[in-house]
Design a protein around this ligand. Structure first.
Ligand code: ZN
Length: 338
């Protein structure tokens, strides 16, 4: 403090701090405006009641304020090991027993969590651990061994559809029953609900080029959808022969197909919300010129995708034979409006 703070002094930044302390201690109800007016003075006097009442904040009063504030707002209580294990278990990083023993698997879990969340030593672990995942996303993890439990930074978001039925859980169960470790971070059910199938930061195969450098750094999202359909008289059949009623007809064929199962509005709404959260968290740039059907767009082969350039891509940007997701006009406008 350069000089004592008293009525009439303003704009130093220090008065604001004093007002914060006084407010937290219940003596001040005014604005934190850095203006040492009558209300601030009255609050200082009230605080000084049991001391020497001057209405002036000198070093002594400032220290007393700081001390009283610290007493009322103690630093968070450190987590017990069992608490930490419980939280890390809920987030999927810890799979062992809640035994209060901070062994190698507990240590790995904590390290992975911090890495995935970009936390440093000063982070309040309790606050970070109780913070929920993205809004509307439920965790439903695959068995260990169905994904790779090492954390990588994320540079790309790849949007897929499952070429399967409406249920996110059924897709997850299918992945769980296959040894290839194929999965995406998220699955969007036909009803719009979203599940996360392995902890944040970890990875599994979903691009199909056999390149761990790509898959480990790409967040995958699967939208439950049968994909392209075949017209047979007046009915539409999916690749398994089942009849599909909710058909979308593209104005221009996409990779030889005009009929696709329609994505639902609930899926678009969830995809929009999820993409917004992810691009914000991982600072994914939006190359809006590429959000279009046809050459130069993310639905056709793009060298940028397989070179690992940051961005959002459809699976078709990596592999010519992939039709997921297809360039539905609502998807294009969703991407353009991100
Ligand atoms: Zn795909």
């Amino acid at each position: 403090m350069k000089r004592p703070l008293k009525k009439g002094v303003s704009g130093t930044g220090e008065t604001r701090k004093v007002q914060e302390f006084l407010k937290a201690l219940g003596h001040y109800k005014g604005a934190l405006d850095d203006d040492f007016g009558p209300k601030t003075e009255a609050a200082v006097k009230e605080f000084q009641q049991k001391r020497f009442v001057t209405g002036i904040v000198n070093e002594f009063t400032y220290d007393a304020l700081e001390e009283a504030f610290a007493e009322k707002n103690p630093p968070p209580v450190p987590l017990t090991i069992k608490e930490k294990q419980t939280f890390l278990k809920a987030k999927g990083y810890y799979l062992g027993a809640i035994d209060g023993m901070f062994g190698p698997s507990s240590k790995k879990a904590e390290k992975d969590f911090k890495l995935a969340e970009g936390l440093d030593a000063r982070t309040n672990m309790r606050a970070a651990l109780v913070k929920p995942d993205y809004e509307g996303v439920t965790s439903s993890f695959l068995r260990l061994g169905q994904y790779y439990d090492s954390v990588y930074p994320k540079k790309q978001i790849v949007i897929h559809h499952t070429a399967g039925g409406p249920s996110a859980t059924a897709t997850k169960n299918w992945w769980d029953s296959n040894p290839q470790r194929v999965a995406t971070d998220f699955i969007i059910d036909q009803n719009g609900s979203v599940i996360r199938v392995f902890p944040k930061g970890y990875w599994a195969w979903h691009i199909g080029l056999g390149r761990p450098d790509l898959d480990s750094q790409a967040i995958g999202i699967e939208v439950c959808n049968y994909g392209y359909l075949t017209k047979q008289g007046t009915i539409f059949r999916n690749a398994y022969g089942g009849i599909v009623n909710n058909v979308y007809t593209l104005a221009e064929p996409y990779k030889g197909h005009v009929y696709y199962e329609n994505y639902t509005d609930a899926q678009f709404a969830s995809l929009d919300k999820l993409l917004r959260a992810l691009i914000d968290e991982y600072e994914i740039p939006l190359n809006k010129d590429t959000f279009k059907a046809g050459q130069g767009g993310i639905f056709e082969l793009m060298p940028e995708a397989s070179s690992g350039k940051k961005g959002i891509y459809a699976h078709g940007a990596y592999l010519f034979g992939k039709t997921d997701m297809y360039p539905h006009p609502k998807l294009l406008s969703l991407l353009k409006n991100l």
